[in-house]
Design a protein. Structure first.
Length: 402
């Protein structure tokens, strides 16, 4: 790209009306089924405002069909549209962020192209949509509405303009990135990555999600952990019932504060940060009841500190636990770093750091090209990754402790 970037201010065909009924949805489905080429797809959520990660607006664009904006609250079943596009390549930016909420409304691609991941593989230093569109295509996208409350109805016209522009150039970006990946000899790698994303099953529910409460590192005693769990679960039920973000019900900092203080009554609780004067008596009583439930648990029912370890210990402990494994990991990290620099892409896209740790902690026997390649495949590495990383790991696994 040469010259100053051009601001992209309006969609080519203007802002389309938002689809809010079955008749309009049927017309859009027919138009997109009759279109040609890939379909650009995006979704807007209301993170920080509403409970969960549901979609509140879906945007699509395809040659011959133009742009569509669909309200998935008014039209919660888009499986007919998804089926009409089932054989079409979907173009998304950061696909793994949008696919869960699209799946909920019946839209599941069989083929996709992820422009953010393509940018990573191609070695672009900034891979946000705005940076990619500007750097590759020479246009400036207005990004001022990315964090607004997309559950608002009706959606303001500036927000709809922003949403339509998000898919305006996505297929053009895809085409340019495909050429760049092909030029670098990485297109087949990217296609394997996209196939893996499209074929991945829905993520399993996170075990003990309350342990991700911000500030948990301060909480050490099991009784205090129980308070965090009880307050987190109470907050989650309230947030789900009210359809608001949990952080709007009670902040993480307040949960941790109460766990550390173990208040004995509502007055003691009200004195803590996060439970101030704006909180009503009834609210305070429900939080104190949660604290009291945790304080009344038998010792056998208290949560254990830390989560069950299913993989290797933290690398910082390797030198003491297993010096040979520490030497293998050090050599492997150095080898993967050098390989990533040579390929011009982030290390985590060359191979998952967790995979490297697991193989270095428990190497296959014998550690040769065949066994290491099989181990990499068993941990989910794609064929292109295994082909590049296997020689690096075979060499690293022969490293000796100093």
């Amino acid at each position: 790209m040469t010259g100053a970037p051009t601001p992209l201010l309006e969609p080519r065909e203007g802002i389309p009306p938002v689809v809010t009924d079955e008749a309009a949805l049927a017309r859009v489905t027919a138009a997109f089924a009759a279109g040609s080429g890939p379909v650009a797809v995006d979704a807007e959520r209301a993170s920080g405002y509403r409970y969960g990660q549901r979609a509140y607006l879906v945007q699509l664009r395809r040659e011959g069909a133009g742009t569509a904006l669909i309200d998935p609250v008014a039209c919660p079943d888009l499986s007919g549209l998804g089926a009409a596009l089932s054989d079409v390549e979907w173009v998304l930016h950061a696909a793994t962020q949008d696919l869960p909420c699209l799946r909920e409304i019946g839209m599941v691609p069989t083929r996709l192209f992820d422009t953010e991941l393509a940018g990573r593989l191609a070695g672009f230093p900034r891979v946000g949509l705005g940076a990619m569109v500007e750097g590759v295509l020479g246009y400036v996208l207005e990004k001022g509405h990315s964090a607004v409350d997309w559950s608002t109805r009706p959606l303001p016209e500036p927000w709809l303009r922003y949403a339509a522009l998000d898919v305006e150039l996505l297929v053009d970006l895809r085409d340019a990135l495909e050429k760049e990946l092909d030029r670098q000899g990485k297109l087949e790698w990217a296609l394997q990555e996209f196939d893996a994303i499209a074929g991945a099953p829905p993520a399993e529910p996170r075990k003990d999600p309350w342990r991700r409460t911000s500030g948990m590192h301060k909480v050490r005693r099991r009784r205090q952990l129980a308070v965090v769990r009880e307050l987190w679960e109470t907050r989650d039920r309230i947030a789900q019932r009210r359809d608001v973000s949990p952080g709007k019900v009670l902040g993480d900092a307040a949960i941790v504060e109460a766990a550390l203080a173990l208040p004995g009554n509502v007055h003691a609780l009200a004195a803590l940060n996060g439970f101030g004067h704006r909180m009503g008596r009834r609210q305070l009583e429900q939080w104190q009841a949660a604290v009291d439930r945790a304080k009344g648990l038998a010792d056998s029912a208290l949560p254990q500190p830390g989560q069950p370890v299913t993989g290797p210990p933290p690398p910082r402990a390797w030198a003491d636990k297993d010096p040979a494994a520490a030497a293998r990991l050090s050599a492997a990290r150095a080898g993967v770093t050098a390989l990533a620099e040579r390929l011009g892409m982030p290390q985590e896209n060359v191979i998952s750091p967790d995979t490297v740790r697991r193989i270095c902690w428990e190497p296959p026997t014998p550690a040769d090209e065949r066994t290491v390649g099989a181990a990499l495949a068993g941990y989910g590495a794609r064929p292109w990754q295994a082909a590049l990383v296997t020689p690096v790991l075979v060499e690293a696994l022969s490293a000796k402790a100093p």
